[in-house]
Design a protein around this ligand. Structure first.
Ligand SMILES: *[C@@H]1O[C@H](CO)[C@@H](O)[C@H](O)[C@H]1NC(C)=O
Ligand SMILES: *[C@@H]1O[C@H](CO)[C@@H](O)[C@H](O)[C@H]1NC(C)=O
Length: 256
């Protein structure tokens, strides 16, 4: 008997207090107990909360979704880490065509399986500077491949890179980088960078301005006139920083 009175009393109190709360606090109250949840899930409370934020959505007699609570739950939060659907492509389906030129001379030319980029450079050769080692061994997602044997490139020479990618499932090819010059040398990290803007399929007309970066990774060997290149790195850091994002991005290219 005493218990019932106490419950009834506190219900009365909750019904007075809950309308004063904002959505975040009211949602927390729903986790306290079954009684609190029953009272806090009164959709009228949620209608009042929604009406403060989106008055027009509360103009109609019934909520625009299943309930005002659902409306609040769905649109009050941001979803910054939305998980992507699994990509339709995999690195096993891909093959990269890389050509490095120094003026008219071919420096390096190779067909690189996608899985090579996925595996990356397993063992860094001696002489890799700390900044670059730190970058390559860091936890961030990256695509790298060894260049074996290493190639020597005089810093004074203009070097450019072309990279195409073929997907084996459809046998189509897309251009990633078209004769871009390595015109920026980061002497502290022993990298030289080239970039090009990606071309996307016409079904994605609003996607633009996303760059593909290719970097030469070189060794610190005391001769700052020559880059002793032991690897390549590819990067789409404007838009894709995980394997899934990279595969989605590649899937959107203008495949021919
Ligand atoms: C860039 O590569 C092309 C070959 O695709 C070559 O003919 C051209 O001379 C290169 N340009 C520079 C500046 O290295
Ligand atoms: C690459 O660039 C050259 C001009 O430097 C252009 O003529 C050619 O069409 C481009 N190729 C692709 C595949 O975009």
């Amino acid at each position: 008997m005493l218990q019932m009175t106490k419950d009834r009393l506190s219900s009365e109190v909750l019904k007075v207090v809950f309308p004063l709360l904002d959505g975040k606090d009211l949602a927390s109250c729903m986790c306290v107990s079954r009684q609190w949840r029953d009272i806090a899930s009164d959709d009228y409370l949620w209608k009042c909360i929604c009406a403060k934020r989106w008055p027009s959505m509360c103009k109609k007699p019934s909520p625009p979704m299943v309930s005002y609570f659902k409306l609040y739950q769905t649109f009050s939060k941001r979803h910054p880490h939305r998980t992507l659907l699994p990509p339709r492509l995999s690195f096993h389906d891909l093959e990269f065509y890389m050509d490095l030129w120094s003026e008219e001379n071919l420096l390096f030319s190779e067909v690189v399986p996608g899985t090579t980029l996925q595996t990356g450079i397993k063992h860094l050769p001696p002489g890799v500077c700390d900044v670059l080692r730190y970058h390559l061994e860091g936890p961030d997602y990256k695509m790298t491949m060894p260049i074996n044997p290493r190639i020597s490139v005089p810093v004074s020479q203009a070097v450019n890179v072309s990279m195409f990618v073929r997907r084996k499932d459809t046998n189509k090819i897309a251009c990633i980088v078209n004769r871009s010059l390595f015109d920026y040398i980061d002497a502290s990290a022993f990298r030289a960078h080239a970039f090009d803007y990606l071309n996307f399929a016409p079904v994605y007309p609003f996607v633009s301005g996303i760059r593909a970066w290719v970097s030469l990774l070189f060794i610190k060997d005391g001769n700052d006139q020559v880059m002793d290149v032991f690897g390549l790195e590819m990067d789409f850091c404007d838009a894709a920083t995980s394997k899934e994002e990279v595969l989605w991005l590649l899937d959107m290219l203008d495949w021919k």
